[in-house]
Ligand binder design. Structure first.
Ligand SMILES: C[S@@+](CC[C@H](N)C(=O)[O-])C[C@H]1O[C@@H](n2cnc3c(N)ncnc32)[C@H](O)[C@@H]1O
Length: 276
């Protein structure tokens, strides 16, 4: 297996993703574990900004969004077929809705991954949102010249994913893989700052208060198992109370996805760790 820290150019996250941590990686750098780790586990994988930054030699990547997970598996295992299929797409409103309205469950895995990337690159703000029936409902983005296919970057992404096990399902599957000393970064849908400021519609079942409590329970189990855990969430009294006793730091993020520009200022977020 090739050494990843020599890979050049470094891959960028291949999809734009709500809650993506790309802009925070520099603030995270001093918060990453100082103690060496052989295994990186990322439940709530999403766009994978931290994974594509640290390039671990061995990783377990988990997410309960079936389209996202299928996309990463195809990029890792069938990239040439995906690149060939992506050639067919057009940046056209009618064509967009015809692709959006396809039923992914009736598609082969490569076409399904191709549809996912196309919608991510041409849909409004790169948002992936589904309604209660699990149907994608993001409007056409009307971009002049969206870059649907970044072949060079997909090649690099595919190289680093060769070192990863990609697992569909609930975050609690982390307990099936977590070994003492492993570095685990948890980045769930955030606990809402207010009624409106929360996006959890990645899949048809949102992420509520009970899920936040369930996650805090898993955090404690991983702590008892001797893992090195870092978690991101909103700076709210609810979250501060759930993780009382652990190391809590504040970082500042710009909000990209917000319809009114004046609400796009820096927002405080928490980084919670069981190590310092
Ligand atoms: C805030 S995003 C993660 C963003 C990611 N860290 C990045 O840099 O792009 C949260 C992710 O959690 C996933 N998710 C939501 N509920 C989940 C659950 N119960 N189990 C596993 N993944 C879940 C969503 O599909 C979404 O990809």
């Amino acid at each position: 297996m090739e050494k990843l820290n020599t890979i050049s150019p470094k891959p960028k996250p291949p999809v734009k993703w709500a809650g993506g941590k790309g802009q925070l990686v520099s603030q995270f750098e001093p918060l990453f574990p100082k103690q060496k780790y052989d295994l990186y586990i990322k439940p709530f994988f999403g766009g994978g900004a931290v994974f594509f930054h640290i390039l671990p030699l061995s990783a377990i990547l988990i997410d309960n969004n079936p389209e996202l997970i299928n996309f990463y598996i195809i990029v890792r295992d069938e990239l040439q077929a995906l690149l060939a299929d992506l050639e067919k797409h057009q940046n056209d409103k009618e064509y967009y809705y015809s692709i959006r309205d396809l039923d992914p469950d009736k598609m082969d895995a490569v076409s399904r991954a191709s549809r996912f990337l196309y919608l991510n690159k041409t849909g409004y703000n790169g948002l992936w949102r589904v309604n209660k029936k699990g149907k994608h409902n993001v409007p056409f983005g009307c971009y002049k010249n969206p870059r649907i296919v970044d072949k060079e970057n997909l090649l690099q992404v595919s190289r680093v994913l060769q070192h990863a096990e990609i697992v569909p399902g609930d975050f609690s599957k982390v307990l099936d893989f977590a070994l003492p000393g492993a570095f685990i970064y948890l980045d769930p849908p955030y606990y809402p700052l207010s009624e409106t400021a929360n996006f959890t519609s990645y899949t048809s079942n949102s992420f509520g208060e009970d899920d936040q409590r369930r996650l805090a329970e898993v955090f404690k189990q991983l702590d008892e198992r001797g893992c090195q855990i870092m978690l991101s969430n909103s700076d709210t009294s609810f979250i501060r109370k759930l993780y009382k006793g652990y190391d809590i730091k504040v970082v500042y993020a710009r909000r990209a996805i917000n319809c009114c520009a004046e609400k796009r200022g820096p927002v405080a977020e928490l980084v919670i760790r069981n190590y310092i």
